[in-house]
Design a binder for this molecule. Structure first.
Ligand SMILES: [Zn+2]
Ligand SMILES: [Zn+2]
Ligand SMILES: [Zn+2]
Length: 331
């Protein structure tokens, strides 16, 4: 597999003829359970739950898309750009129990997972070759779930993913024009209008975005400005517990609509990496604002090709927020 850059949209795609496309045996024992005995390459553990040896754990992905060894050797091919898929690919085991998920684990366990995530992002950003670290979770068969155990994944890449690049460019342009963070402005307007806010908890807010890509799309943001999740996640333990609680409650609400979802954390890029043409680090601490995006997978009628090019979301955020706010959740 290799990475190729689309010269028009400037987005990187991973492509190649992968011979190792194997589906795990459905009855095979779970290798991520705390008592599985499977040999895993453990990178780090988060131990801060009393009485257990670990409560969240980072391991090397068993079939990684990115490999830490080697050089990306970015090279031209006429007008095209390509490089090897060098980077890191880890599985974050969110909980030692097979059935304790981010919506039914304790706030302490979720906080422990968030701390591990922050530590891994910070550690991977120490490699100056890494431009971006992504944290994501695909839950349920329609979302492309890979493992039955409660897990998220981390990829560290030599490029910034397309959606994040759009956000970075837009955030910087907004800041140049207004000297304000676009995300802080969104939070202020949403809290003032109270049309799309699901819940506010201490320093965090969950809301449905004004222009959703899918029905019930939900963002979780920090109400005070901070560009990098890993700084909040490590330095402010009280905030971590509140974020864990809001994440848990928000996922409970979404699960009253659908069980399948994608979750992604957007944080600032690796500022250790020198930027030649974009210069987005100059104001990055002021112009970018970390957040979590949750994209529920709701069955909907197939749409023509037009709707793959323009997002089509047949439930408005103003309607979605009412259902999510009123959802019966455990607490
Ligand atoms: Zn398991
Ligand atoms: Zn902000
Ligand atoms: Zn985002």
């Amino acid at each position: 597999m290799e990475l190729r850059k689309d010269p028009i949209t400037r987005s990187w795609v991973m492509t190649g003829d992968d011979p190792s496309e194997t589906v795990p045996h459905p009855t095979a024992a779970c290798r991520f359970c705390s008592d599985s005995g499977a040999s895993l390459h453990t990178i780090a553990e988060s131990p801060n739950t009393p009485g257990v040896s670990w409560s969240a754990r980072a391991v090397v992905h068993p079939t990684p898309l990115y490999h830490i060894e080697g050089e990306p050797t970015r090279r031209g091919d006429g007008l095209y750009d390509r490089m090897h898929s060098v980077g890191a690919h880890e599985v974050l085991i969110e909980n030692r129990s097979h059935d304790r998920h981010l919506w039914n684990a304790s706030d302490g366990e979720i906080g422990s997972f968030l701390r591990l995530a922050a530590e891994r992002i910070l550690d991977l950003k120490r490699d100056p070759r890494i431009k971006y670290v992504s944290l994501f979770k695909d839950h349920g068969p329609s979302a492309g779930e890979e493992f039955a155990h409660p897990t998220s994944q981390i990829t560290a890449t030599m490029f910034v993913p397309r959606r994040v690049l759009y956000e970075l460019r837009a955030g910087r342009e907004y800041f140049v024009a207004k000297e304000r963070c676009v995300f802080c402005d969104i939070i202020q307007q949403e809290e003032r209008q109270a049309l799309r806010v699901i819940e506010t908890r201490a320093d965090y807010v969950a809301l449905c975005p004004y222009a959703p890509r899918v029905p019930y799309e939900t963002w979780i943001l920090c109400r005070t400005h901070e560009a990098a999740f890993e700084r909040t996640g490590l330095n402010r333990p009280g905030l971590r517990v509140n974020l864990g609680a809001l994440l848990r409650r928000t996922l409970q609400r979404i699960r009253t609509i659908t069980e399948d979802f994608h979750l992604v954390l957007h944080t600032s890029p690796n500022t250790l990496h020198p930027s030649k043409n974009l210069g987005y680090w100059k104001t990055i601490d002021d112009d970018y604002h970390w957040h979590i995006e949750i994209l529920p997978v709701v069955p909907s009628r197939a749409r023509s090709y037009t709707f793959k090019e323009v997002y089509y979301s047949p439930v408005s955020s103003e309607t979605a927020v009412k259902q999510l706010r009123d959802a019966k959740i455990d607490g």
